[in-house]
Design a protein around this ligand. Sequence first.
Ligand code: NAD
Length: 567
Amino acid sequence: MIEIEHCQDDVKALLDRPIVLVGMMGVGKTTVGRLLATRLGWSFYDSDDEIVRSVGKSISEIFSEDGEPAFRDLERATIKHLLANGPCVISSGGGGITVSETAQAIKERSLCIWMDAGLPILLKRTEGSDRPLLMHGNPEEVLKNLLEKRRSHYAQAHIHALDDGLTPEEMVNRILLQIREHLYVSSSESEKEKFVPEAICLTVSLFDRSYPIFIGCGLLKQPDLWLAHDLQGRDAFVLTDYNVRERLTDSFVETLSPLMKSVSIMELAPGEQTKSFERFQAVLEWMIENGVKRDSVVFAVGGGVIGDLAGFASSSILRGIDFVQIPTTLLSQVDSSVGGKTGINSKSAKNMIGAFYQPRTVVIDLDSLASLPRREWLSGYAEIVKYGLIGDEDFFEWLESHGALMLGGRISEAIRAIESGCRMKAEIVCKDEREENGLRALLNFGHTFAHALESAAGYDGTLLHGEAVSIGMVLAARLSQRLGYLVQDDVNRIYNHLKSLGLKTEISDVAFKEDITADQLLLIMRKDKKASVSGLKFVVLKRIGQAVLESGVSENMVKELLEGSMK
Ligand SMILES: NC(=O)c1ccc[n+]([C@@H]2O[C@H](COP(=O)([O-])OP(=O)(O)OC[C@H]3O[C@@H](n4cnc5c(N)ncnc54)[C@H](O)[C@@H]3O)[C@@H](O)[C@H]2O)c1
């Protein structure tokens, strides 16, 4: 069980500077700030109250008599003064951080938390308020414009804490989890070994589609810790497969039921065949028969197959309803559950039909991995290695020395690896949600080869996705070397790491039912949705930790590599 008190104690012991809460008016900075300060045993200051006290006028009076610039000057001086107080909690006015000098001081001398909430929540909480900026015009328009103007300022905060309909207590718990995770990530390697958070909360920052990812043990037993208040009390539609149902879903539903109005469960067959038109239709019909409404919530409990199908069904039923991802394989925890790619397969090609549709929450319970077969662990591990290769050499190095421990089930290593993977994926998705500027495409490192191999193997369990990715990454590393980027030593490092842990590394490691040729694989690659008019496209490595997209790669070079791996 996750004890939030531990988290509170860690924050108290490790944080040596003030916490500054920034965010829009109405988001609850004062209420939450006061509560947070009480929990930590620290003092609480509201910068607006301090200004009122020192000037002897209300904020409205300062605005109307002296103007906004004068107020911002006072605010800057007040916040600077409060920052000298050591550990405490400071609620800063909504516009304070838009002044660069104030922003600079906050960033340098505090742990700054952006408390964020959607417009409907802000509107509800500011109803009937006498805030100067809401006195004129339509409050919805005013808030929307302010949010647009201020978002980039708020985004400079160290932590993005999302209030998706939480009570103040719940928001404090979430903030504590996020602070501890921030302290963990920014600690040195040796400190990290000693201090591994038992639960982590990250935010995928996507404007009004932002959502939290929870990572920890025992989370499925504590839905009250992560299920946003506004998702509770609704009709739940749980999708799962029969491998997962008995092991995890039934007990999860027992703890979920008291929080929901009703819970219906649909059990699907495990395996890639479930991501089909037929199953998609069956899911939609089942939801309609069971009275799905606009405020119903879908819970996807299973691996990437269930997550992709459930996400796509959620995106299309009634033009889109809320869904929660509860990934139960390592692969789905570090990859498919984050980022909003949902979909099904067509008869001739994988993942051809789908939608970008972000979940409301992702819940990664490491306890669910206890029943996962070794082969599935390895498959997911390949995607973790990918993150190191495309974006973080230190992480790859850490995997070289800790990967075996993680695969042996050591929780601290598993949390670190899953957290790093999810963090990198979240960062990439935030910058390129719909794979438009080339950044998200880097996540396809090894995948052009992998998809061709999976297709040739027939999606029947002969070759798992992560296994194909492992072979694909070795081939892509060799391609990077042929193109003059990666040095041979690094190609060997990648190969040796994957091989030493028992992952597949060559095409000849796959027991295809029929013989395949390099030409057949090339034919499939040309049809890949990632191929373009300029020919075959590959993600290649400039070095370990830096990936780029390479177009117009020579087919002969690729053919040679494929043939070399088949021997
Ligand atoms: N949406 C994306 O961004 C994205 C990214 C990568 C992969 N994918 C998709 O994900 C799918 C692969 O996902 P996957 O590897 O999770 O496969 P999967 O969903 O088929 O699960 C693998 C197997 O593990 C079983 N299983 C799941 N959880 C278990 C548990 N806790 N204990 C025991 N058994 C368990 C399942 O029943 C299944 O038999 C593919 O369809 C792939 O296209 C999507």
